[in-house]
Design a protein around this ligand. Structure first.
Ligand code: NAD
Ligand code: LMR
Length: 342
């Protein structure tokens, strides 16, 4: 299978490639949590996309100013603002892609799972609205803990009778972005060429970069593998600690989320060559959700790429087994929450 996704994905595609894919901007994208640390730069990057006709911004507060500000950029999309639950349905009707970065971020000393109690309820209520108003949209979940919030979303969509596993994505793109950056730096490679698949989930040891599958082919010593794997797994915490209480990754996350939005739009537009790592319903392992490279097409996930898990190193095979209990527990926690009478 072709392996071009991370190499060819651009936030601002070249005019020629856009013209080949799609003659005009025609997609509607909603961002829920649009006034937040991720939401604002993500709105800006989506506003720069020539594929977008409407950018719908939703938050519980402060979204009017963000929308007014973004609306002055002379790019094709129209910017619309929606504040509070009463305006959520109108925000969602007719959208092609819904991106959800709503929820609280970590502070130093916290795990992503420590966010569960607040963010699970936020994701649940937003997904109920998605189910009622745009059940056919691609849904991108950024809110942490992603390992649990995606299973919550799946259960809520099932309860509403509209679950399509091909269109529900946990956004783990930032792990790939980080892996590509750190590997290119370590091995002195041209960044644009580097593509590291990252599988598993999106928290601590559940983030598993398959360094042996790096493209172009690179060799790593055991020490390099250990050091790079740990750095990629702890990269979120690296940012949380550097921000010292002021939140977690927002700018690199917006960049990663914009890349995933653009890949989704290219897939919707008929590009036959869209591959991204993402946390989805999966049969790759015994776990019901698992992040891996997938091929994305007009109808969402077209296939899950299994070859990355074949012929992995002993280090990776052990790390894969080691992550399963934690990921399984996070998935079960999400499912249980969605089934609880609130
Ligand atoms: P933030 O606090 O800066 O922004 C969150 C926004 O969500 C705020 O504007 C808030 O008003 C809004 N919000 C809260 N409840 C809402 C609701 N019910 N409906 C709509 N909006 C609501 O936080 P942030 O830094 O933007 O991070 C947001 C989330 O993304 C956190 O959970 C964080 O852990 C997660 N995150 C995930 C990744 C990833 O790789 N998947 C990376 C970075 C951050
Ligand atoms: C990240 O990986 O940066 C995010 O999941 C935010 C966090 O809490 O680390």
């Amino acid at each position: 299978a072709p392996l071009r996704a991370s190499v060819t994905t651009r936030v601002v595609p070249k005019a020629k490639s856009v013209a080949q894919i799609l003659p005009e901007a025609s997609y509607k994208v909603a961002v829920l949590g649009a006034a937040g640390g991720i939401g604002q730069p993500l709105g800006l990057l989506i506003k720069m996309s020539p594929l977008v006709s409407e950018l719908r911004l939703y938050d519980i507060a402060n979204v009017k100013g963000v929308a007014a500000d973004l609306s002055h950029c002379n790019t094709p999309s129209q910017v619309m603002d929606f504040t509070g639950p009463a305006e959520l349905a109108n925000c969602l009707k007719g959208v092609d892609v819904v991106v959800i970065p709503a929820g609280v971020p970590r502070k130093p000393g916290m795990t992503r799972d420590d966010l569960f109690n607040i963010n699970a309820g936020i994701v649940k209520s937003l997904i109920e609205a998605v189910a009622d108003n745009c059940p056919d949209a691609f849904i991108h979940i950024i809110s942490n803990p992603v390992n649990s919030t995606v299973p919550i979303a799946a259960e809520i969509l099932k309860q509403k009778g509209v679950y399509n596993p091909k269109k529900l994505f946990g956004v783990s793109t930032l792990d790939v972005v980080r892996a590509n950056t750190f590997v290119a730096q370590k091995k002195d490679l041209k960044l644009i060429d580097v593509d590291v698949p990252v599988v598993g989930g999106h928290a601590g040891i559940t983030i598993l970069p398959l360094l042996s599958k790096t493209r172009p082919s690179v060799t790593f010593t055991d020490e390099e593998t250990e050091e790079l794997t740990k750095r990629i797994q702890n990269a979120g915490t690296e940012v949380v600690e550097a921000k010292a209480g002021a939140g977690s990754a927002t700018l690199s996350m917006a960049y990663a989320a914009a890349r995933f939005v653009e890949s989704s739009l290219r897939a919707l537009a008929g590009d036959p060559d869209v591959y991204e790592c993402t946390y989805v319903q999966s049969e790759l392992t015994e776990l019901p959700f698992f992040a891996s490279r997938v091929k994305i097409g007009k109808n969402g996930v077209e296939s899950i790429i299994s070859s990355d898990l074949e012929g992995v190193t002993d280090y990776e095979a052990k790390a894969l087994e080691a992550l399963k209990p934690e990921l399984k527990a996070s998935i079960e926690k999400g499912i249980e929450f969605a089934h609880k009478k609130q």
